[in-house]
Design a protein around this ligand. Structure first.
Ligand code: TXA
Ligand code: MG
Length: 359
């Protein structure tokens, strides 16, 4: 389906999106686009359909799924209560790239939440996703539509590479502009906890909560793990954080955020070393960084995201770049890093996980 400037031309009932919707209603899996990444959808209320998601992705059974809805009203039957922080975040950011973890109602089967007493809910903003969710008229459980452990898919081609032959239906919605998964916020308590950083930043969430009585400030999962043994709870409050994720085949070397000339000289050493061992080398960087390297190393696999300060674009193209490097047979990827606090946090979280390091 075509999207243009956030709007779609609503198709009539002969359009194949209705075939995909009927397939999902009858218990099958359908991959669909969202503004973050493609999702692999099943009827969230049908435990047998949900089990297929885990089989097809090779996903560990203790990692719960996000339930997607067409409008905010459809969240109410899925949850036991909406806390004040939950309501404030919903008002400000939905539809959009944010997911809220709430106490679940009895409507949601254990398969969807991996046995937790909470459910993650999200209303995406992608017009094709919203249209699809509207016509299926069901809550749709959907993890990212990749094989477990691989970078999430941001295009139809990525979904086909991972799941082609394993599922019968994929809806094409073009490239996913955000390019990394939604921000996940646990809003079950008075103090929201950011379980996974994303496009909606801690500062933005803070602003949305500032109007509430006592202005609860969001904490991030890292400080909670340190302070409160958050993940030692059984079952852990954020199961997804313990698995290696987003990983390409190639090894990633991160170039720390120092002055340009220092970063270039580090990169030159790493490249000479890797080439000396017969490795194929790729560089994911800004245009200026590539320009400074390409005279000495014209034959590397370069993927650039634009100017250095364009963190939005660096985030949007990160998974695309990781997958493309694998396709080109790159052994070692050098990637620029960022040390800021907004979208930079989401970029570093994904890059460090892809590199097999904690973040
Ligand atoms: O942007 C996104 O969120 C994409 C698109 C498709 O919507 N979906 C996505 O799903 O990234 P997935 O399954 O790849 O990641 C879901 C994350 C996991 O880290 C999981 O552990 C966490 O959300 N999660 C889901 N339900 C939870 C719950 N009840 N409590 C704590 N964490 C939960
Ligand atoms: Mg995923």
């Amino acid at each position: 389906m075509e999207k243009s400037k956030g709007k779609i031309h609503k198709p009539d009932s002969s359009h194949p999106i209705y075939t995909a919707a009927n397939a999902l209603i009858s218990g099958k899996l359908v991959a669909f686009p969202t503004e973050t990444v493609y999702g692999l959808g099943a009827n969230a209320l049908d435990d047998n359909a949900v089990k297929k998601i885990y089989q097809v992705k090779g996903r560990p059974g203790d990692n719960p799924l996000i339930v997607h809805v067409a409008n905010k009203g459809r969240i109410l039957p899925l949850v036991k209560e909406l806390t004040l922080p939950a309501k404030a975040i919903m008002d400000r950011f939905m539809p959009g790239p944010i997911t809220l973890v709430c106490k679940k109602s009895s409507l949601v089967p254990d398969e969807t939440t991996a046995g937790l007493d909470t459910v993650a809910v999200r209303m995406p903003s992608h017009p094709v996703a919203l249209f699809f969710l509207e016509i299926v008229n069901l809550p749709v459980a959907a993890p990212s539509a990749n094989i477990s452990g691989k970078p999430s898919p941001t295009s139809l081609k990525h979904v086909l590479n991972d799941l082609g032959g394993r599922i019968g239906y994929i809806i094409d919605g073009g490239y996913c502009d955000v390019g990394v998964e939604s921000t996940v916020v646990d809003v079950t308590g008075d103090k929201p906890v950011i379980l996974r950083p994303g496009y909606i930043t801690k500062r933005q969430i803070n602003d949305a909560l500032a109007e509430l009585k006592d202005s609860p400030r969001p904490a991030d999962i890292k400080s909670c793990i340190e302070e409160e043994n958050y993940n030692d709870l059984h079952p852990p409050r954020s199961p997804g954080t313990k698995y290696r994720h987003y990983a390409p085949e190639a090894k990633i070397i991160m170039l720390f955020d120092e002055k340009m000339d220092i970063r270039i000289s580090h990169a030159q050493k790493h490249i000479a070393n890797a080439l000396g061992k017969g490795n194929k080398v790729g560089v994911y960087s800004s245009e200026e960084f590539k320009d400074a390297l390409k005279n000495s190393f014209p034959d590397l696999e370069y993927i650039t995201f634009g100017v250095r300060k364009d963190i939005k674009s660096a985030l949007s193209l990160l998974y695309y770049a990781l997958r493309k490097m694998d396709e080109s047979g790159v052994d070692i990827i050098l990637a620029e890093t960022f040390s800021g606090e907004g979208l930079e946090t989401a970029y570093m979280n994904r890059l460090m996980k892809a590199a097999g390091e904690e973040s």
